[in-house]
Ligand binder design. Sequence first.
Ligand code: ADP
Ligand code: MG
Length: 262
Amino acid sequence: MQGEEQPGTPVIKVRDLHKTFDRHEVLKGIDLTARVGEVTALIGGSGSGKSTTLRCLNLLEIPTRTRTFKLLGEDVAFRSSIRKGVEVVDKRQLRRLRSRLAMVFQSFNLWPHLTLEKNVMEAQVQVLGRAKDEARETARRLLDRVGLSDRRDMYPSYLSGGQQQRGAIARALAVDPEVMLFDEPTSALDPELVGEVLSVMKELAEEGRTMIIVTHEMKFAAEVADKVMFLNAGRVEEEGTSDQVFNAPRSERLKQFIQTIN
Ligand code: ADP
Ligand code: MG
């Protein structure tokens, strides 16, 4: 599942990551290291830069500048021009790296015109070049894992939000990603549907998946994350084990944040 990588090997190593939108500096020097098999939770108030950090890691956003940007063992080089702004130098590398990461977003991002099974098959066929029969078999196995075997022929709009998110997780898993990124996967769900999605994510963590999760579910983060990073105004204000961060926070801002969210 994790290729040849040994537990503990850094899969993401980013130093001094900056991102500016229209002269507004949103990330002001983020350092982040994620290791094989580790679950990292990103927490922080709205607008603190959690989504932007995640999108930079996935190269959905291109950093304005960064000292080190190492993804899955590869150094990513950026160049900047007046016409195009900052971009990844090697476009093949960009595609290759993106195909080895998977992201699950807040709002349900299954393709509405495809059945659940076809949703889970699509990237396997298009990105990995798998044969249809094999892709279908994998899709069925993964849908079974997330408890959606009986829904595989349904279109997303007929599914509950929780089912759609579990479907999105199955789809993300279908390409055997080395790192899974989650951006508040439960925050658009009705409260009674949150648990079923968190329990699928917990299983993934327990089987040793490398995950970076932006979440407001503090109980979940405390339980599942190996490492918790608290972002404030585009900086990592505090980080540590979930025990340190939740039970012995040092920064006043983190103390306040934990109080308000509970
Ligand atoms: P969080 O996920 O922690 O709520 P975000 O990373 O989404 O925070 O946003 C951080 C800041 O960056 C916010 O002030 C937001 O308005 C701004 N921002 C995010 N994306 C863009 C964008 N594409 N263009 C301009 N500003 C953006
Ligand atoms: Mg966000």
